[in-house]
Design a protein around this ligand. Structure first.
Ligand code: ZN
Length: 321
């Protein structure tokens, strides 16, 4: 199995968000990638500059960051050709790696724009090097910049950052420093192409937590009412866990709950409501073990929210009186 470390540069609407094409907010203008073999030795590189078809000028913010100008892009390859060449170059047996979780999503969104999504079926497993860096060298939760990680590991800085191939090389250099065990146990999953049916729903078990990705629903209410979505169990022994704090929303997209496993203690449930490009909803749920202090903190959060909402209702009532 090869690792394909990918990095993309993209452009956005030069006239601002109001004028953008909602089906393609970020148009890919450069693909860079490094292929590592199973021993994580670099065996090949890929680079392509892409001729824009949607935004015919580089957004000022983008121009400051990337090292490309528009005349350079005009000489580039059309995205459908570049994408086909790239995926052919990737080969048969590979796993994508990227710094952060955005690149693969934008790659799929750009493919979809050109009706080429079948070239890269999803949901897709990949390795998020930014997350792996944090797990291997820091607290597992922080997300640092590529340059921070290069400095932290005292790796040579020989090229400008924010060029697709240079950034792919940097991310590959970082990936080489991470323990193999840490990599293999901590794959991520991209669900831009989210599960559609019950059969496609995803359960992933990590060491101390588990993740569930639901099929799609017409509304948020339908999603959170689903039996599988609302159920909680212990990420260690997988037995059903009794709810101590029922699901409550902290905002329009996030819900929490606390349950108890008689053997392993408190379990935090977290639900993130996701909206698809087509306006449907699906859920990413994580269940993780927490200590009693954390459980208490969640209870306090819930009580504070309830009090605030009561107050809000009261003030509406008074105003309307
Ligand atoms: Zn348990």
């Amino acid at each position: 199995m090869n690792y394909i470390v990918i990095d993309l540069e993209w452009n956005q609407c030069p006239k601002g968000k109001e004028a953008e094409d909602i089906h393609l907010p970020f148009e890919i203008i450069e693909i860079g990638a490094v292929k590592l073999n199973s021993c994580r030795k670099t065996v090949a590189e890929f680079h392509s500059v892409i001729k824009p078809q949607v935004y015919h000028w580089i957004h000022n913010k983008t121009r400051e960051i990337i090292h490309l100008d528009y005349s350079h892009l005009k000489e580039g390859t059309l995205f459908p050709d570049a994408a086909r060449q790239f995926l052919q170059w990737c080969g048969e047996d590979y796993q994508f790696c990227s710094w952060g979780n955005q690149d693969l999503m934008e790659l799929q969104r750009n493919l979809k724009y050109y009706h080429l999504e079948s070239l890269l079926p999803g949901p897709m497993e990949y390795y998020d090097v930014q997350k792996l860096f944090s797990l291997n060298f820091e607290d597992g939760k922080s997300r640092k910049s590529l340059e921070y990680a290069i400095d932290f590991l005292e790796l040579p800085k020989t090229e400008y950052f924010h060029q697709a191939l240079a950034d792919a090389r940097y991310a590959a250099a970082i990936l080489k420093q991470i323990e193999e065990d840490c990599i293999l146990r901590n794959f991520s999953i991209d669900v831009y192409q989210n599960p559609k049916s019950k059969k496609e729903e995803i359960h992933i078990f990590y060491d101390s937590y588990e993740k569930f990705i639901s099929r799609e629903f017409d509304s948020k209410e339908d999603a959170i009412a689903d039996r599988e979505v609302s159920s909680t169990h212990c990420p260690l022994c997988h037995k059903p866990a009794k709810k101590k704090i029922r699901w409550f929303s902290v905002n329009a997209r996030r819900y929490f709950s606390v349950s108890v496993c008689s053997e392993h203690g408190h379990i935090k449930g977290k639900v993130r409501m996701k909206k698809t490009d087509e306006g449907k909803f699906y859920v990413e749920k994580t269940l993780s073990l927490i200590d009693e202090k954390d459980a208490k903190r969640i209870l306090e959060k819930k009580e504070l929210l309830c009090a605030k909402r009561r107050l809000h209702r009261k003030s509406i009532y008074i105003d309307g009186d």
